[in-house]
Design a protein around this ligand. Sequence first.
Ligand SMILES: Cc1cc2nc3c(=O)[nH]c(=O)nc-3n(C[C@H](O)[C@H](O)[C@H](O)COP(=O)(O)OP(=O)(O)OC[C@H]3O[C@@H](n4cnc5c(N)ncnc54)[C@H](O)[C@@H]3O)c2cc1C
Ligand code: FES
Ligand code: FES
Length: 490
Amino acid sequence: MRDSIEFLLGHERRSLRGVDPTLTVLDYLRSHEHRKGTKEGCAEGDCGACTVVLARPAGGRLDYRAVNACIQFVPTLDGCQLLTVEDLQGPDGELHPVQRALVEAHGSQCGFCTPGFVMSLFPLWRAGGGATRAEIADRLAGNLCRCTGYGPILAAAERLAETPGATAHLLGREVEVLAQLEALADDRSTLLIEDGDRRFLAPATLEALADLLLAHPGATVLAGSTDVGLWVTKQDRRLETIIWLGRVAELREIRASAEAIEIGAGVTCADGMAALAAEWPDMGEVYRRYASPPIRNTATIGGNIANGSPIGDSAPLLIAAGATLVLRRGRQRRRLPLEDFFLAYGKQDRRPDELVEAVIVPRRRPEQRFRAYKISKRFDQDISAVLGAFTITLDGGTVREARIAYGGMAATPKRAAAAEASLRGRAWAEPTVRAAMAALAQDFSPITDMRASAGYRLQVARNLLLKAWLETSGHSAETRLVGDRSLAHV
Ligand SMILES: Cc1cc2nc3c(=O)[nH]c(=O)nc-3n(C[C@H](O)[C@H](O)[C@H](O)COP(=O)(O)OP(=O)(O)OC[C@H]3O[C@@H](n4cnc5c(N)ncnc54)[C@H](O)[C@@H]3O)c2cc1C
Ligand code: FES
Ligand code: FES
């Protein structure tokens, strides 16, 4: 066991022992390191004022990701370089190109949000800038500004590639940083941080993780912390034993074969989205509207399934695609169709000492038509009121198989069995589709809540099925949103 969290703050090595296991990175930066540039706006991942950048080694280079410091716990910094706005300015006070672009475009007024915007733009700058306005808007979807207005900020972001500024202090040390982080990643011992009767365990192998779960069946499994972080910051929950899966490299793997794409439970929504979107394009469109880039950079697909949320975005998409879940307990694995994992509200087919290990998503076959639509009040950063996902397998013009799954329509993500049955073996034509739309009333009795009324939900669910038919039968132009935010409210 190792008892110290090892990471780089900028270019300085930190070894932390005995810290509160749920101390947030934001509180650590402001209270312990006196780096006050990183701000707190909401403490729940919504506003972006706390955005910092984490660098990890990936494929022989540094992979920079913007994340929300307010909901990340300090032990999850292990093995990373943490960059805050204080790291960007050069040693002689010269501004970094991202900072300078914002100044020159008048992209800041009160300045409260500005460090967050700077840090969200830093990975874009490092990737060479040059993004389109739509890509930049996506990139900044998690950063709110209440006074400047977004026009100047977007204009600044468009100039990143050509804006000069201090860069050598960062670029000139990347090789050295990479070597230090790779050395940290070589350590295979379990990290154990204890504070009184509370502990944070971070194993580095899948076997050690499975064994720890058997030994601590009541522990909180921590993945990307985008739910669990809020239990602490918003609900003041005291977590006695946390087992973090973020150091287990096998869980971050995406394995592609001729038949399927296997996504480890620790793969982030950002990385999983990139892999799935190539095969199932509408999944990419839904994930693009899943929270914001800093949330997607930490939230895992495994966590989005394991939490059993009836309004989580991943489950209906993956159920419609015919995904299989892999669960692991000790050395034993079992597989089940993803839809069978969700038993009732808040109840999943998972023992407390069992781990979601991976999800296996079949490759899309040429005869399969796939559509998925997220309906929410806002385009970005909003939880779905209804999410509909449709895989229609055609034999000529006849429906051989239909997999229709909805989120937001029941206590769990759920297939529309009656609607599917009414389509099977019939022509993929309007009368059949209208019959299936009617059958949805047998499948679902949705609730009314703050996101939508029951009547709205059922009507939207029906209309989404019709939309899927219109788009896959040549009756309507596709309304995918790629690059076009003006279609947000279709
Ligand atoms: C600002 C904001 C916006 C959001 N927007 C969306 C959105 O648009 N769509 C959406 O679907 N969700 C959204 N969410 C919810 C959240 O991102 C997801 O639920 C997320 O995927 C959870 O994954 P995680 O890796 O962060 O899990 P964690 O928070 O680490 O864990 C979540 C739960 O799953 C358990 N768990 C995690 N991994 C495993 C595993 N491998 N095996 C067993 N148990 C496990 C944990 O114990 C915990 O109970 C949003 C959250 C925030 C804060
Ligand atoms: S403080 Fe609002 S996202 Fe972190
Ligand atoms: S400059 Fe004031 S909140 Fe953005």
